[in-house]
Ligand binder design. Sequence first.
Ligand code: FE2
Ligand code: FE2
Length: 371
Amino acid sequence: MTTTEPNPSGLPDQAEVDDTIKLITDNATRVFSWKYDRERDQLVTLYNKAMASQWDSIQDLDWSIEVDPEQLVKTATSVNVTVEIAKAAKDVDGSPFATWGDKEFTDLGIESMKASLSQFMHGEQGAMMVAAKIVETVPWIDAKYYAATQTMDEARHTEVFAKYLDLKLGEAYPMSPYLDAQIQALIEDSRWDIAYLGMQIIIESLALAAFGSMLRSTQEPLLKKLLRYVLSDEARHVAFGILSLAEYYENLSEAELLDRQEFMAENTLRSRNRSTTPEVWERMGVDFEAAIPALREGATKIDQSLFTVFQRGFYSKLVPNTRKLGLLDANNGHLRKLWGDAGLLEWEFADSTADDYDAYDAVAEDRAAAQ
Ligand SMILES: [Fe+2]
Ligand SMILES: [Fe+2]
């Protein structure tokens, strides 16, 4: 197609490419470092650990295990929130679920599981690109080395979630617009530390909570092992973010720190409203817009603690990790005040991932047991 204004970069515009790709422009400057001395001991340790605990998506996972999607849902040890809400909405006047029985609710459970795994897959590709951006933009050689191992980890994570969906569950869902916008902003940002803050501290704390809750719930052996291995990598990624940013933020001005505090407030208080995947309802033959009133009523009928289990998992990682960066207390406790008002400070002294990442290392654990 022709455009009247040629794109100055010489690259195509989104309108000129097909919908199997999405274009994002990164505004950060690439940094080549001539200092090869290993100056950051904790990052050296983390990098060595990452090299030693690499796993192999072909050799270490048994892809011949058969997965029955119905059993996957029925044997889960914790309830699926979407299914519980729909069940509670069944008796609401004009409910689209009035005629639903076990079969439909099980199918909804399967679709909702596929939707979650699809967001994990898309998020992992985003993480792969953000880790690659960190390789390019961070000024320290030890951090470049580490981020290169993370890029490989994230490639493996994207690959295994895509493969699990494709071989075992069926067609994936598109990326949720919320996650899409969040990751796009990190890739576009010109400040190298924002990629870290958004990915390693916020999204990966969220991933630790989401993968952890699926791991505790599923009885399916392939998914269980896959999640254990992904989690052992993710804990290192979060630790990498804390170690790097704690050093960098020590030397920023209060005004620069305020900027980061605002970023945290904006992203965390917003992520409390988890977005739905409307496509799930479409696949179930339900008009999502029309179903909203019944779903709302269903949600208020069920115990709100269903939501808080997940949120507890997220904030119990995020809040202590953020404290370690000094972001709670800069600018006279600006973020402490905002998060305090939102009731998030009860997790301030929970275990920080900078200290406990070794406890997640399922790969080392399995190798030791096999000897
Ligand atoms: Fe990952
Ligand atoms: Fe990660």
